[in-house]
Design a protein. Structure first.
Lengths: 560, 257
């Protein structure tokens, strides 16, 4: 078996001890063989067999020694007991020496295989074969014993070489595997890794670092590759790793910095450093781990903006409600004024409720807690209800164009209503009152297509690209003008995707926008995906692989 | 009894030899893509010694009218269904079918297997001891059978260990794996029966069986060496290569309750 991990009791990694153990085993083996040859000439056949077979446990001990076991007591004692038992048996029945030797080899062979000692098994198998040959040849030739012993000696030598080769191959194979594995892990890490030596020369960086830092060709120094700046000041790495000193002075497990290898485009990063020691424990390299925090910073800014906007949105109706409450609390308020105040407060309370519901829905989406049961939904009925509601609430014209005999879509009725409400609300807010808002429902081979278009302000292509992002609004002016929290279109996209559909926008500044929602038709089955449906990919039938699988050898079965 | 054992032996011989042919076809298909498979070659070597062993023995029984021992007959009868089922499953897989059946949970049939195996083992040892009371001799052929008992027993042990591990991991049994696990111990016991009868002087080795069984020893040793090497990571084989895939809706094993 492979010698892995720290040595256990009775084991050693000391090369000198291993060498002594191996030499001792070799000496024992060949001393036994030599003695057997010497006794053979005097006709002591039983003793000769016993000594010859001493080579077997001695060879097994040799194999144990190759596996880091420095001839422990068990191996030596086991060999001694084996020899004693064998010698006694053979001396008692000298005529059955061959058969006894063969029988003795069975436990040697089994224990050798069970313990992973191929050498012992090889010697055992070869020994039995040799006995067979020697028994036959011994009847016609003069030197059966010599042939037997020489054969065993050759087999032992070959087996030792084979064992050494196997160990070397195994250790090389393991080293190659670990090296390839480590390279693969480093190369596929999402985090950027840059390794520098003590002279601030870059010795290695991974693909993520190359992509994040836009490393110029030929760059080899820490400054040229990383260009780290902390609080605007370049990091001085001339006297060792400058980052290490900064990191040591702070409690947190990283330092916020900006990486600017090309000198023009700083990237905000969270960077940490670790020492890489050599075999003697001396630090020879520094491992820099960088995490791009651009998105985190943007999200942080967006959240701050959202808080300001949402607070403003909430404050306006609350202020109105509070003002009217004070007004009607005064004695002698006319009934007409009281009922007007209540009506306005009611409307403002509905607005408040709507804002809170949007925030709650966005939070639910964010936490992954939104689960929809997809069922057939009549899109026309939903669209008709929502357009009528908005038209009556805003007193503006909304046209609804519908194809005849539209199939149901696969979705959730409440989610579809929310999607249409947000799109219609957007169209209403961002288009002039006298302009038209149009809703159309169409169908293609696989989807029901809903479109909401307006003739309002429209968006630039960059704005259209980001309009489904969280907390996004066209610009500060529109935010002040039309209000809103910037999460409406984010909710639309999330709900549509939860219904396994898609949403897109086409917009021209000054001409208006058209939002298109595609949701699957209920009457068209979903195409099977690999590995889940009946038409999945499966391994080629192979007797060899099937047997390997059944005998516990892992096989890789992946699609090309 | 002679005719029954002869017919079963001839069928098993044809079946095992056919494994070898199917495996050669498999090796030929995969050779260019994955290279040499020691596992496949070793398996072919075993199939081409096990198959001819049974064929030779069946034909000798039919031609010579030799009276076989009961121990051998029982071993062949015990291994026959498993060997044939495994073969049929492989043929099914080669023809594009499932190639396996899932035995869900631990059915009565599976639960009975270990008890049956222990009973059979004990009965075998007792019967073999009774046979050995008649006479004891050690012809050279005994050594080959001793080794084959050990080698096939070890392969059976590896298979049993894998089946138990698979069952712990996935909660059901594979018919393909179970049959394969039954085949090797019964082969070992069949050679054990031969060993007992040879030691007792009842079976005389003929030249065909001597040659075939001595060829079977290195074949089985080679197979065991490959399996050990694959487990230890010293042998590279098709298990490290990625396999091709085909679209086939019929490969999911059906459930056997």
């Amino acid at each position: 078996m492979a010698a892995t991990g720290p040595p256990r009791r009775g084991e050693t990694d000391d090369p000198a001890a291993l060498l002594v153990a191996r030499l001792r085993a070799v000496v024992l083996t060949f001393a036994a063989l030599g003695a057997a040859l010497a006794f053979g000439e005097d006709g002591h056949r039983g003793l000769q067999y016993a000594l010859a077979w001493f080579a077997v446990p001695a060879a097994v001990a040799l194999a144990l020694a190759a596996d880091r076991l420095a001839v422990p007591l068990a191996a030596a004692l086991g060999a001694a007991i084996d020899v004693a038992v064998l010698a006694a048996t053979v001396l008692a029945f000298p005529d059955a020496a061959g058969a006894i030797g063969a029988a003795f080899l069975v436990p040697v062979l089994l224990s050798s295989y069970t313990g992973g000692r191929v050498l012992g098994a090889a010697v055992g198998a070869a020994g039995i074969a040799t006995i067979g040959v020697a028994d036959v040849w011994g009847r016609v030739g003069p030197s059966t014993e010599t042939l037997l012993l020489l054969t065993i000696a050759v087999v032992v030598s070959l087996a030792v070489v084979g064992r050494a080769d196997a160990l070397l191959l195994r250790s090389t194979s393991r080293a190659q595997f670990h090296e390839a594995r480590a390279s693969l892990i480093v190369e596929h890490l999402a985090e950027s890794i840059v390794v520098t030596d003590r002279n601030a020369k870059v010795t290695q960086y991974n693909a993520a670092a190359a992509s994040l830092l836009s490393i110029p060709p030929g760059a080899a120094t820490c400054e040229a590759v990383l260009g780290l700046r902390i609080e605007g000041r370049p990091l001085d790495c001339s006297a060792g790793c400058g980052l290490q000193a900064v990191e040591a002075s702070r409690d947190s497990g990283g330092v916020e910095a900006s990486a600017c290898a090309d000198g023009a485009h700083p990237v905000p990063v969270m960077v940490s450093v670790a020492e890489i020691p050599d075999a003697s424990g001396e630090t020879v390299e520094f491992l820099h781990t960088l995490r791009d925090i651009t998105k985190l910073k943007l999200a942080d800014e967006a959240k701050t903006l959202f808080l300001a906007t949402a607070t403003h949105e909430l404050k306006t109706p609350v202020t109105v409600i509070a003002g009217f409450l004070h007004a009607i609390a005064e004695p002698g308020v006319a009934d007409e004024l009281r009922s007007t105040a209540i009506e306005i407060m009611q409307r403002r309370a509905d607005e408040l409720s709507g804002i809170i519901q949007r925030v709650l829905l966005a939070s639910q989406i964010e936490s992954g807690g939104l689960e929809l049961d997809l069922v057939p939904v009549d899109a026309v009925a939903v669209a008709r209800e929502r357009t009528t509601a908005l038209a009556s609430a805003t007193a503006r014209t909304i046209t609804l164009s519908v194809e005849d005999d539209l199939p149901s879509l696969l979705g959730d009725e409440a989610a579809l209503s929310t999607v249409l409400d947000h799109l219609l609300d957007n169209a209403n807010k961002y288009s002039p009152r006298e302009s038209e808002v149009a809703v159309s429902i169409d169908v293609d081979d696989s989807a029901v297509v809903l479109a909401v278009s307006d003739s309002g302000d429209g968006m630039t292509s960059e704005q259209a690209e980001h309009c489904f992002d969280r907390f996004w609004q066209a610009d500060a002016t529109s935010r002040r003008k039309v209000g809103g929290t910037g999460i409406g279109l984010y909710i639309v996209r999330s709900l549509v995707e939860s219904m396994r559909g898609s949403v897109s926008v086409a917009s021209t500044p000054g001409e208006g926008s058209a939002f298109t929602v595609r949701l699957r038709r209920y009457d068209v089955p979903e195409p099977a995906s690999p590995g889940t449906g009946a038409d999945r990919l499966v391994p080629e039938p192979s007797i060899v692989r099937e047997f390997m699988r059944q005998i516990g050898v892992d096989t890789q079965e992946i699609a090309p | 009894m002679t005719n029954l054992l002869a017919i079963l032996s001839v069928i098993l011989g044809a079946v095992y030899t056919s494994y070898g042919l199917l495996t050669i076809a498999d090796l030929t298909r995969g050779w260019r893509r994955h290279g040499l498979s020691h596992f496949g070659l070793a398996w072919v070597a075993m199939a081409f010694t096990c198959g001819p062993h049974h064929l030779e023995h069946g034909l000798h029984l039919l031609a010579d009218g030799r009276t076989p021992g009961g121990l051998e007959l029982v071993a062949v009868i015990a291994g026959f269904p498993a060997g044939v089922i495994w073969f049929l499953l492989r043929v099914e897989a080669t023809a594009g079918g499932r190639g396996d059946r899932i035995v869900s949970g631990s059915s009565r049939f599976v639960r009975a297997l270990p008890y049956g195996a222990v009973l059979y083992g004990v009965a075998f040892v007792v019967a073999a001891a009774a046979v050995l009371t008649t006479a004891v001799q050690f012809p050279p052929m005994v050594a080959a059978n001793v080794l084959l008992v050990g080698l096939y027993g070890m392969i059976g042990w590896y298979l049993l260990r894998s089946q138990l591990a698979n069952h712990r991991a996935i909660g059901h049994w594979s018919m393909s794996g179970l049959t394969l696990t039954v085949v090797f111990p019964t082969c070992a016991l069949m050679h054990g029966a031969w060993m007992a009868y040879q030691v007792a002087g009842r079976y005389q080795a003929d030249v065909h069986s001597v040659v075939i069984d001595w060829l079977a020893v290195p074949a089985a040793a080679y197979f065991l060496w490959v399996v050990r090497g694959l487990h230890a990571g010293t042998v590279r084989d098709w298990n490290e290569a990625t396999t091709g895939v085909v679209r086939d809706p019929a490969v999911t094993p059906s459930v056997v309750h």
